[in-house]
Design a protein around this ligand. Structure first.
Ligand code: NAD
Ligand code: ZN
Length: 371
């Protein structure tokens, strides 16, 4: 195994302390709020909710004694620095002193907005200041994660990711304060996810695990979590009904376990390529990963074969990159710069010479293979 140029202090395990996991666990939200509010003399709970639930209302039983502030998050686009900064500009002065809890109810996008908002409420400055590793200095407002789709692991990871359009990069606030304080895992909530989307997001867990487990930087706790998460994923993907009740529960488990591993190790080659697709063409993270899998034959052969077998089995539609380039040639210059910036995962995938190995022509070939 190669020695990797990743500093020891970068490596840190932090877990969610309180997790409820069951069908209808969402009914426990009020108890959790009561528990938190007992310790604080504040009344406002801010709920960030995926805008899908604007029409398809969730039954949230929350005591009238609490003041609910609901903010719907439109997830057509992935969360950006601009979005988080504008939410903070709008609400920070109004809510900072009276908010005792923040909840995120949705997929990775909404969960990340909730985490980022909680951090910026208690830290001075804008999103950019905290993107990177261990830059957050103050604990955020207590936050509760309630995933409604499984796979990103945002519910248990120590990061929240935002696209910085100006700098043309996608970067997380990786910190101990980016971890939820409470989690409600309720597999009933992912029932309404369309099948293709369900698959793309579920695959995110699988892809995190295979990138980490095939990486140069290995760590026994993360390895153990990755192996368990992969076993569950394989079980679900090889079954006949991806979205059955039991599979929704299994995937919620795999995502949670996978998130604990990935927040503390590194992804590989797939995520930097995928991040470039999200940054340059605005393609959603999980579907972008699946597009990248078109070019992964020579890098992750076993997993590439498994991926395409499962796509076929469940009749999933995987778009081509050409569907997003609007008839223009590849914007390779921007793609390359958004890709090569992810030095740590690239070194994890290919060793200390990764940046030398990944010449422009090699990388261009990979992107062209996705067209
Ligand atoms: P998402 O939040 O982007 O949502 C994807 C789609 O699913 C949206 O259209 C949404 O409305 C819909 N949806 C969600 N729940 C639904 C439900 N129950 N019924 C019907 N539709 C539903 O989805 P995602 O794939 O979970 O998240 C992607 C985001 O997560 C990206 O922004 C990515 O950067 C981030 N991410 C974060 C981490 C982390 O550790 N913080 C890790 C990986 C990815
Ligand atoms: Zn991912």
């Amino acid at each position: 195994m190669n020695k990797l140029k990743i500093k020891k202090k970068d490596y840190n395990f932090t877990f969610v302390k309180n997790v409820v996991f069951d069908f209808n666990a969402i009914n426990k939200l009020n108890n959790i709020l009561k528990l938190i509010s007992n310790k604080k003399n504040k009344k406002i709970v801010i709920l960030f909710i995926d805008s899908f639930f604007k029409k398809n209302k969730l039954k949230l039983k929350i005591d009238k004694s609490f003041t609910k502030k609901i903010i719907y998050i439109d997830t057509k686009k992935e969360p950006s620095n601009d979005l988080l900064d504008s939410l903070i500009d709008k609400y920070k002065s109004k809510f900072k002193s009276s908010t005792f809890a923040i909840a995120g109810i949705g997929g990775g996008s909404t969960l990340d907005v909730a985490k980022g908002f909680s951090i910026l409420l208690n830290n001075f400055g804008k999103t950019q200041k905290y993107q990177g590793w261990n830059l957050v200095t103050n604990e955020g407002v207590i936050k509760i994660g309630i995933p409604t789709i499984s796979g990103t692991g945002s519910e248990s990871s120590r990061t929240c990711v935002f696209i910085d359009k100006k700098r043309k990069i996608k970067l997380g606030m990786n910190s101990n304060y980016s971890v939820f304080d409470y989690l409600i895992l309720d597999p009933n909530l992912s029932k309404t996810v369309p099948l293709d989307q369900f698959f793309y997001t579920a695959m995110d867990t699988y892809i995190h695990c295979i990138e980490s487990i095939n990486g140069k930087f290995r760590e026994p706790i993360a390895d153990a979590y990755n192996q368990i998460s992969l076993e569950i994923c394989n079980d679900v993907f090889l079954s006949n009904n991806l979205k059955s009740k039991i599979n929704r529960k299994k995937l919620m488990n795999a995502s949670y376990i996978g998130g604990m591993a990935i927040g503390n190790t590194y992804v590989g080659l797939i995520h930097p390529l995928s991040a470039a697709l999200s940054t340059v063409y605005g393609i959603h993270h999980c579907v972008a990963n699946c597009i990248v899998m078109r070019s992964m034959r020579s890098y992750y052969y076993k997993e590439y074969s498994f991926f395409w077998k499962i796509v076929k089995k469940h009749n999933i539609y995987i778009p081509k990159l050409s569907e997003y380039t609007k008839g223009c040639d590849l914007n390779f210059k921007d793609l390359f710069s958004s890709f090569i910036i992810h030095e740590k995962p690239l070194i994890n995938a290919l060793g200390n010479n990764a940046i030398k190995i990944l010449t422009q022509s090699k990388v261009e070939k990979l992107f062209r293979g996705m067209l």
